[in-house]
Design a protein around this ligand. Structure first.
Ligand SMILES: Nc1nc2c(c(=O)[nH]1)N[C@H]1C(S)=C(S)[C@@H](COP(=O)(O)O)O[C@H]1N2
Ligand SMILES: [Mo]
Length: 373
C-alpha cells in the first residue's frame, strides 16, 4: 500500500515529546541520546515511538479482543480484562530491532527508518498476564511447535494490519512476564504507545509487542504477517536488495530475543570539545534479551586499546527471576581525544561485536566500533 492512500490527519498532537523525528508519516521518533541516561525509568517524553501506519482512533475500553485458543474462542473487552484478571506489573526495556541502524547504514545502504542509538527505553507496564487470559480460554499446556499470533486494528504502509507472533511456551511461561498491557509508567497507555491495549513481550525485539491489539490466535505456525515473515530477519551479507532477499525470507528464522547491546550516551558522539587529559563522567545504557542481565560494561577512551570497567546500576537484579530492565552505567575517565566507546558482556557471557555486521534489513547492530566510510 502506498503512503498516499493512508490518512494521518487524525494522528495525535505531540507537544509533550522531546524527540527527534526520523519520519513523520508514519510517526517515528527517538530522544536525544544524552536524555536517555537522565532517568532509569524512561519518561514518556523521552520514549521512542515506532509506528507503521496511522494511529487508530475511536478506540476505548469497550474495544473487544478476540482470542482463538484452538478449541475455544472468547471475546473480552478491555474493561473486562481490567476487572476479571489480576493486574500484573513488569519493568522492561523496549528496544526496536532497528536501534543503531545508522551504524549499519554507514557501511552500506540498508532498508528502513535510519535510527540512531535511542530507539530503546526502559518503562514499567501494567496489565493482565497473557498466560492467565490463555488459561481462561482453555490453553493450559504447550507443545513446542505452537505459536501465539497477535493482530492489530491499524492499517500499515506495508500491509493491512500489524501482526506478529511469539512461541506459545514464552506466552505460557510463568516467568515469561508477557502482558496484555493497558498502562505504561503508571498511566493509561497513550495512543502512540498502543491505547487501549498492547502486548508487551519482555526480552524480545520491540516488533513482537503488538499495539492496538485486536486478536490473539493460538496456531501451529508463526504469524504469516509481513512483520514476522518479510522483515525482522537477519539476511546474509550478500543480499543487498529486495529482489535478492526474496529467496531468503522463508529460509531464515525470525528474530525473537535481542542480542547484547550498549552505548555511550554521555558524552554524545557528536560532542568533542572536551579538554584533553581532563576527567569526564561518561554514562550509557546496556541491555540484553531473553532476561539476561548485564555482567560487565567495559569503556575505552583510547579507541579500544585499553578498557576500564564501568559502575553498573541494574536494580532489577535482585527482584525478578529474569532481568527485563536495562542497566545504566557510569565511569570517570580521562578524555584522550578519541570518542568514548563501550562494550557489554551479558550474564550468558555474550560480548558485543567489534565491527558492524551489515545486513540489508539493518537489524541487531550492536557493534562497539563505529565505521565511517
Ligand atoms: N500495532 C502495531 N504494533 C507495533 C508496531 C506498529 O507499528 N503497530 N511497531 C512495533 C515495533 S517495530 C516496535 S519497536 C514497538 C515500539 O513500541 P513503541 O512505539 O510503544 O515504543 O512496537 C511494535 N508494535
Ligand atoms: Mo521495531
Amino acid at each position: 500500500m502506498s503512503s498516499s492512500t493512508l490518512d494521518y490527519s487524525q494522528d495525535p498532537k505531540r507537544p509533550q515529546y522531546d524527540l527527534i523525528i526520523r519520519k513523520d508519516k508514519p510517526f517515528n521518533a527517538e530522544p536525544h541520546i544524552q536524555d536517555l541516561v537522565k532517568h532509569y525509568i524512561t519518561p514518556e517524553k523521552y520514549m521512542f515511538v515506532r509506528s507503521h501506519g496511522p494511529v487508530p482512533m475511536h478506540l476505548n475500553d469497550s474495544h473487544s479482543i478476540t482470542i482463538h485458543g484452538g478449541i475455544n474462542t472468547k471475546q473480552f473487552t478491555v474493561q473486562q480484562l481490567k476487572t476479571q484478571f489480576k493486574k500484573a506489573h513488569v519493568m522492561m526495556a523496549m528496544q526496536c530491532a532497528g536501534n543503531r541502524r545508522d551504524g549499519l547504514h554507514r557501511v552500506k545502504h540498508t532498508k528502513g527508518v535510519i535510527w540512531g542509538a535511542a530507539a530503546v527505553g526502559n518503562t514499567t507496564f501494567a496489565g493482565c498476564r497473557l498466560r492467565d487470559v490463555l488459561h481462561a480460554v482453555g490453553v493450559v499446556s504447550f507443545k513446542n511447535d505452537l505459536h501465539v499470533a497477535f493482530e492489530s486494528v491499524e492499517q500499515c504502509e506495508e500491509t493491512n494490519c500489524y501482526g506478529s507472533s511469539i512461541p506459545l511456551c514464552k506466552a505460557l511461561d510463568e516467568f515469561g512476564d508477557v502482558l496484555l498491557a493497558y498502562e505504561m509508567n503508571g498511566k493509561p497507555l497513550t495512543r502512540d504507545h498502543g491505547y487501549p491495549l498492547r502486548v508487551v513481550v519482555p526480552g524480545y525485539i520491540g516488533a513482537r509487542s503488538v499495539k492496538y491489539l485486536k486478536s490473539i490466535i493460538v496456531q501451529d505456525h508463526e504469524s504469516t504477517s509481513y512483520f514476522q515473515q518479510r522483515d525482522y530477519k537477519l539476511l546474509p551479507a550478500n543480499v543487498d536488495c529486495e529482489k535478492e532477499a526474496e529467496e531468503y525470507w522463508c529460509k531464515v528464522p525470525s528474530i525473537g530475543e535481542f542480542n547484547v547491546q550498549s552505548f555511550v550516551c554521555y558524552p554524545p558522539p557528536t560532542q568533542n570539545d572536551h579538554d584533553m587529559n581532563k576527567f569526564i563522567l561518561s554514562q550509557g545504557y546496556a541491555l540484553s534479551g531473553g532476561g539476561r542481565g548485564i555482567q560487565r560494561v567495559d569503556v575505552s577512551n583510547d579507541n579500544g586499546e585499553t578498557w576500564q570497567v564501568a559502575k553498573l546500576y541494574q536494580p532489577s537484579l535482585t527482584t525478578s527471576a529474569h532481568i527485563w530492565g536495562w542497566c545504566l552505567w557510569t565511569i570517570q575517565l580521562e578524555y584522550k581525544g578519541y570518542p568514548i566507546v563501550c562494550r557489554a558482556v551479558d550474564s550468558a557471557g555474550n560480548v558485543q561485536q567489534e565491527y558492524p555486521v551489515w545486513n540489508y534489513r539493518g537489524v541487531l547492530n550492536n557493534s562497539w566500533r563505529t565505521v565511517n566510510l
